[in-house]
Design a protein around this ligand. Structure first.
Ligand code: HEM
Length: 474
């Protein structure tokens, strides 16, 4: 096995036509991971260290070797995220705080299925502490009503209302518009290259900026029923929204705030129009829920559901596309298999989700009572982080887990979409988006390749695994 280097992603190993992953055998400490001298001390995970992601699979292997549950401390980011308006946000409680970290496949599943864990930060607060919580600024209020941060029964009620937009039928209906979005974006990249006087196969684009970034935003817009002519205006607002999520409850500049207010005003107006003239889209379904006497959503909840689609469905899908393209370009024998059989685009999606899934871990499951996980007691009020990426490389579950193999028969048993009541609602959509993207990119551009040396393609730092830039020639 090769040790993962500092270049951002692992190298092909051409001994047997397969690829090497990044599992370390020497287990040496790194800049990003500092094991304290005493083994009982928690392992420090510095997720804002630029090398964290490049070395994370080694770290997860070391943690897995300790057993299913480790103690870690997430370092970095605490100070800079300190709140400016007096609102004590959750970030400082996450950074610097000792946390349990679940790394084995079976225990990751059992933790996610265990109803004794909560995702609502308020669940562990005393009534006094709840009382002291500052009121949330008006624009952010809908975010606190998103199902990602709610426990049953609110979670159950709201998820049921959103679910019908993700049925197989609804997804198949979107496939055509997903293909259109992909083709439009690539046509645009070609036009821009032609204006610069570039010709195939040496045209340039940053695949993230020109393609992977705008792609999911456009698809989510179509799914919600946002008129296409409003797409450009919306784009600015949704970028603001992504920033708001990072600084939830904390310091947000005036421009972002104003943008979010405009977005809310736009959506309220759109809700009204969809109420009067409904179409076959998600917003129409949400605003008309309850008309048949069933459950309804209030306006904040509907806004929260729309925001969540952008928050949960954007960077994740962008990273699926970016990570899959880099994996295929890194392991050319896998790309050759896709070229020979475009149906394998499905395999590329599943194996990318397993091998380099966009979400490395779920940071928060709060124990509502003492919970024992594989012999470790997680005391009431303490939180566990759940290692999806660690589970997806668990050798007890996947043979040769550090090998990227798009024909792997059980790749779809990965946990990249989570598990249990919060399992990704958008998974069927993300899968189709990924399949259409990979199939189309490599069909249209048989010579697609990196425009920079591999060392320059580097992971960004956060719990989301992805590349910020991806210059390619096509
Ligand atoms: C490759 C792309 C994606 C990945 C890897 C991904 C991953 C995840 C994961 C791991 C969760 C569980 C979070 C938790 O348990 O705390 C989740 C939840 C969720 N995802 Fe995705 N997601 C992706 C794409 C999407 C898309 C495209 C949408 C919608 C447009 C979406 C909507 C949601 C929603 C609404 C939830 C919350 C479900 C709940 O709390 O009940 N996701 N996603």
């Amino acid at each position: 096995m090769t040790r993962s280097s500092r270049k951002g992603y692992s190298d092909p190993e051409d001994k047997d036509g397969t690829v090497a992953g990044s599992t370390s055998e020497n287990g040496a400490g790194t800049d990003a991971v500092r094991k304290e001298a005493r083994p009982t001390e928690p392992v420090e995970l510095d997720i804002v260290d630029p090398n964290f992601m490049a070395e994370a699979y080694d770290t997860y292997a070391e943690l897995r070797a300790e057993g299913p549950v480790s103690r870690v401390r997430f370092a970095g980011g605490g100070e800079e995220k300190a709140s400016g308006d007096g609102a004590k946000e959750e970030q400082p409680e996450f950074f610097g705080r000792e946390t349990f970290f679940v790394t084995h496949y079976d225990e990751v599943i059992s933790t996610l299925l265990d109803g004794r864990f909560s995702v609502d930060p308020r669940s562990a607060m005393s009534p006094e502490k709840l009382e002291q919580q500052p009121a949330m600024p008006e624009e952010f209020r809908p975010l606190s009503r998103s199902i990602l941060l709610l426990d049953p029964p609110d979670h159950t009620r709201l998820r049921k209302l959103v679910q019908p937009s993700f049925t197989g039928r609804a997804m198949q209906a979107l496939r055509g518009s997903i293909q259109e979005v992909v083709d439009d974006l690539l046509d645009q990249a070609e036009r821009e290259a032609a204006e610069r006087g570039e010709a195939a196969p040496d045209r340039r684009m940053d695949l993230i900026e020109a393609f992977a970034y705008p792609f999911p935003v456009a698809v989510i817009g179509d799914m919600l029923g946002i008129p296409r002519e409003d797409r450009e205006t919306i784009r600015g607002w949704t970028e603001n929204l992504l920033r708001v999520d990072r600084f939830r409850g904390g310091e947000v500049d005036e421009e972002t705030r104003a943008g979010l207010q405009d977005f809310v005003a736009y959506l309220k107006d759109l809700f009204e129009r969809k109420r009067r003239a409904p179409a076959d889209d998600m917003i129409s379904r949400l605003v008309r829920a309850g008309e048949d006497g069933g459950e309804a959503m209030d306006e904040d909840e509907t806004l929260g559901a729309v925001f969540l689609m952008y928050l949960a469905g954007h960077v994740t899908t962008l990273n699926l596309v970016g990570n899959g393209v880099v994996a295929l370009l890194t392991y050319p024998e896998q790309l050759a298999k896709l070229r020979a059989d475009p149906e394998l685009a499905k395999g590329v999606v599943e194996e990318t989700l397993r091998y380099w899934g966009p979400v490395d871990f779920l940071a928060r499951r709060i124990a509502k009572e003492d919970v024992e996980v594989a012999g470790t007691t997680i005391p009431a009020g303490e939180q566990a982080a759940v290692g999806l990426a660690a589970a997806n490389r668990d050798p007890e579950r996947f043979a040769n887990p550090d090998v990227f193999d798009i024909t792997r028969a059980d790749a779809n048993r990965h946990l990249a979409f989570g598990k249990g009541i919060h399992a990704c609602l958008g998974a069927p959509l993300a899968r189709i988006e990924g399949q259409v993207a990979f199939e189309t990119l490599f069909r249209r551009y048989p010579d697609l390749r990196l425009a920079v040396p591999g060392e320059e393609v580097r992971w960004g730092g956060s719990f989301l695994r992805g590349f910020a830039r991806l210059p390619v020639l096509f």
